[in-house]
Design a protein around this ligand. Structure first.
Ligand code: TRP
Length: 450
């Protein structure tokens, strides 16, 4: 996207700004991670906490990252450096870059599963069945050395997109295909009505049992909110550095958060009725969605076509997210380390490849490598999503709330925003007090201190 800092590229229109931030946020986080996290953490209770976090932490933090990115027009590290004066806040940038590589590693494995399911659907080899055979099918496709091939293939595709400078192509493609994904999800939700487990699934997802709101549920719902909105690492900051002056930040933040949450809820409506029809446990973990989907497709006329279409869209949604994740380290290497874009892309992809290989093998040959009861894949996911993202987010809101000059914020928010004075007051108050306090309390709570 950037060739170099001086001739920094900008998104062509306000629509493009929304489309790319939605492209970054909508991905496997919504369709794969949300259902399995909700499944493991009490369904309705999780959804409720999640929505509260999106509103209270997500939207203000999106605004904060947008401000920093567009106002400084630089990568994460550069943004902190430009605004911090003599502080040392830019270490948060290193945290973000490290976490983005961790996330890219396990994300590519799931994107690899998606790619494999796409190819299997295309060749007609994916068994669409209405018996609970999904688990065996998933195991046969994803254990041993096999996932390695698909993870590497996905990372190569990601590399190709980044190096070929076809980022714009991907953007254009996602402008068209994201709405298609939306329509396809809607069709699956309608299909859910016809399933025997519809009532049970909907009740599980939408009726919160307050006794299920435990520290673990709060922590994972917060982690999911950060993950799904691409927050906490400076991903949105990096993208906002390509926004034009005309982009309205608060509005873009609200639209992004709204659409992203809608997609996650639709994914839940698609998955849970099927889970209950199947007699499967919603607690199956990261494999949940892949085990259930063949069942969903088998109920639809022309199921094979739906499955090809769905996995194709999911691969593309994943690509628009991994492109944004990669952009965090690439823009850093280009601008701070003065590498050419080609070299920066190669370096960042090579590191992600090592992480990706470790994660890919953690369901097979390396499944005995465990720490705190988690394999490498789960460990990367847990540490990045539940620790690094919230910590990164906390630093960002404290920084913007307390340290950044108010005039700077006023300028960023002055664009076409009615009622901006009041809005800014609310935003700064939330960033100063509410966000850091909430994140901190949830941390203390989850390690058992309160
Ligand atoms: N939000 C994306 C998803 O839901 C994942 C993602 C993209 C991300 N860029 C990120 C997560 C940056 C954290 C940070 O699939």
């Amino acid at each position: 996207m950037t060739e170099n800092t001086k001739t920094r590229v900008k998104f062509a229109s306000r629509f493009a700004a929304v489309a790319t931030t939605v492209g970054s946020s909508v991905g496997l986080g919504n369709i794969w991670r949300f259902p399995f996290e909700a499944g493991q953490h009490g369904g309705g209770a999780f959804l409720l906490c999640y929505v509260v976090f999106v509103c209270v932490l997500g939207v203000p933090l999106l605004c904060a990252e947008f401000c920093m990115g567009r106002g400084t027009r630089s990568n994460v590290l550069g943004a902190y450096r430009t605004l911090q004066g003599r502080g040392r806040w830019h270490y948060a940038g290193y945290l973000g870059i490290t976490a983005s590589v961790l996330i890219l590693s396990f994300y590519s494995v799931v994107a690899g599963w998606t790619l494999e399911y796409l190819i299997q659907s295309l060749s007609g080899a994916l068994k669409l069945t209405d018996t609970p055979a999904g688990h065996a099918e998933f195991e046969s496709l994803t254990t041993g050395w096999r996932p390695l091939l698909w993870t590497v293939l996905f990372l190569l595709t990601n590399f190709g997109v980044l190096i070929g400078g076809v980022t714009h192509g991907i953007e254009r493609m996602s402008n068209i295909l994201m709405p298609v994904l939306f329509v396809v999800l809607l069709a699956f939700c309608i299909n859910s009505f016809t399933l025997p487990g519809f009532g049970a699934g909907i009740e599980f997802l939408f009726s919160p049992d307050f006794s299920k709101i435990t520290p673990a549920v709060l922590l994972s719902a917060m982690g999911q909110a950060f993950f799904s909105l691409s927050l906490g690492l400076g991903g949105m900051m990096t993208y906002a550095s390509y926004f034009s002056e005309k982009t309205r930040l608060a509005r873009t933040a609200t639209i992004t958060a709204g659409l992203d949450t809608l997609v996650a809820v639709l994914a839940g409506v698609m998955i849970f009725p099927a889970v209950f029809s199947f007699g499967l446990s919603p607690q199956a973990g990261p494999t949940l969605v892949f085990e259930v989907l063949p069942y969903v497709f088998s109920r639809l006329p022309g199921g094979a076509v739906w499955s090809v279409l769905f996995f194709l869209l999911l691969v593309i949604a994943s690509l628009t997210s991994t492109v944004s994740m990669s952009e965090i380290s690439i823009s850093y290497l280009c601008e701070e380390k003065h590498m050419s874009r080609r070299r920066a892309t190669t370096v960042s992809s090579a590191i992600a490849l090592i992480g990706g290989v470790l994660c890919a093998l953690s369901f097979g040959p390396l499944d005995s490598w465990m720490l705190f009861g988690m394999n490498i894949f789960d460990l990367f996911d847990y540490t990045a999503s539940n620790v690094f993202l919230p910590v990164g987010g906390m630093i960002c809101c404290i920084f913007v709330g307390w340290k950044v000059d108010r005039k700077f914020l006023r300028r960023e928010f002055a664009v076409n925003t009615p009622g901006r004075k009041r809005l800014l007051q609310i935003l700064v108050f939330t960033l100063r007090w509410i966000c850091p306090a909430a994140i901190f309390l949830i941390f203390l709570n989850s390690i058992g201190l309160i």
